[in-house]
Design a protein around this ligand. Sequence first.
Ligand code: BES
Ligand code: ZN
Length: 625
Amino acid sequence: MGREIVESIKKRFHELDPCTNSNYSKFKVVNTELTLSVSFKSKTLDGRVIYDLKNLADADKVIFDTSALDIKEAKVNGKAVKYELKPVTPIYGSPLHIPLDPSNKESKVEIIFKTTDKCTAIQFIEGDTGPYVFSQCEAIHARSLFPCFDTPAVKSPYKFIGISPAVVTMSGRPQKSDAPNTYVFDQPIPIPSYLVSITSGNLLKAPIGPRSDVYSEEPSLKKCQWEFEKDMENFIQIAEKIVFDYEWSRFDSLVLPSSFPYGGMEIPNMTQLTPTLISGDRTQVKVMAHELAHSWSGNLVTNSSWEHFWLNEGWTVYLERRIVGAIAAQEAQNEGRKDAEEYGEQVRNFNMINGWNELTDTCQTFDERYTKLVLNLENGDPDDSFSRIPYEKGFFFLFHLETKLGGIKEFDPFIKYYFNKFKYQSLNTAQFVDTLYDFYEPKGKKEVLDNIDWETWLFVSGLPEKPEFDLTLANQVYKLVDKWVNYIEKGGEIPGDETQHFEGEQHMLFLETLTAKFKTLKVDPATIKQFPKIYPKYGQSKNGEIISRWNELLITFGQYTSDDEIVTSFADWLGTVGRMKYVRPGYVLLKDGVSRDFAVEVFKKYEHTYHPICKTMVKKDLGLA
Ligand code: BES
Ligand code: ZN
């Protein structure tokens, strides 16, 4: 055993990214200039992209990914050329072939294009204060925004130019611009296509830290500022201590309209956030910590294909939990607690337990092919494989390594080494393992690595071995859950609301553990129907994390019908959020807990408000696709 493992791991996935039609491996992208001009009237973007390419393999053509793009013109070194837009392939779009002179080592390739109404990357909406457009390219939607090597294996520095009657933000640092309606951005750090982004709308900004502003439309700006201003700079400084200095200069963020399909998206210099985070109680700032952590994992150091997505998200959850734990320790210290560090670890463990529950749930319910850490995406759609697996199995793999290698103190130097070694690059899982050996072998820990069960962790579906958790904070919750279990099994006095002393996410753990337990018991719906009276605060919550869990509990076990208040108000709520994390399970809950017809009826009512990606996924979930 030993290093041979790296060679055998390499053979288990594709050498090149299977989710692109492009011939990216034959080129180096030296620089990219992307101009996008917004038309709110036609709901399209006019674009021009200019690539400075180094031809590494004497290729006689360059092939870019496109999807639903209207190609107008292509030039090589200033001369118009005869390009070919090939027929559309399943999932991956239409390859765009542009002839090159193979004897030229360097070429400037320019393409003029326009997006169409089939574009899956952008959504035009009526914002609160005017027309609004935003994009979302991860994982493989960048090809419907501009012709590109749409693979995370390719990185380029960019110059971005956005033209619009409304304010524009893109994935870089704003530059001075004198031309009217023209916004210029510079991204000197090489980034992959999925991090390219454009937003335009009536945006204002407010400071939330010395190197951070938050952007949103006017009506919610102050609330957004309040939500983040306490933590932002603190998060950055803590992350810098764990990894190394923040390299992107500013960390600004943008709170999007409600149809934004994700919780957050780590756009360089302009993290995008769902408005569901603005709950007025700072309970969801953890998402900001997550997106910030991507400044190292994902944005500096990137997975080389979506088969290795865990390298992006697993590492990010790992850093996020380290940040959250460190913040808790810091707060305990400020309160004069002697066990501050220990408390920080308790909080980190509490977050892990939540993650473990999500992992268990996903392994039980999700397509088995996609519960492996390293995925096989040949002919696959990354949107279909998307789940909590890369996040949580990725996290627990890293936590397993941390534990086996001797804990945080032994693992911390590796974090710095790894991120430094691969910054500005993309890597795969074999390179990750190889780097572990590089680092730990000289430290006499080769045997520890040899004893890791790589095969199971990386290539076998389902739950990995369960670690031991510090249960201090979870036990407070389990005690109350046990009271309920006892009541349901043996009767006696019905429990009251004993959750007053719970903090933050203990409420979430309480609701989801009750749901999990009730699945194994016979619960009388009449008992469930008393819950809204026992826990009125959950019914009144504005926090999506509570609303979704609370309604799952009630609707799964309460035998409510489609005209019960509980069901109608939950259905109404689904019409106000666009975050897939809530929308998708929400409709599945209506389908399984009420009826499929009702779920479809509600979906039809709100379909037009959802983002194209969200719409497609809910249709798949409801069997409408
Ligand atoms: N990069 C992801 C969002 C994403 C993943 C978009 C795949 C498209 C395809 C982002 O960093 C993320 O993980 N968001 C989470 C936040 C959570 C883990 C704190 C989300 O949206 O729920
Ligand atoms: Zn993430």
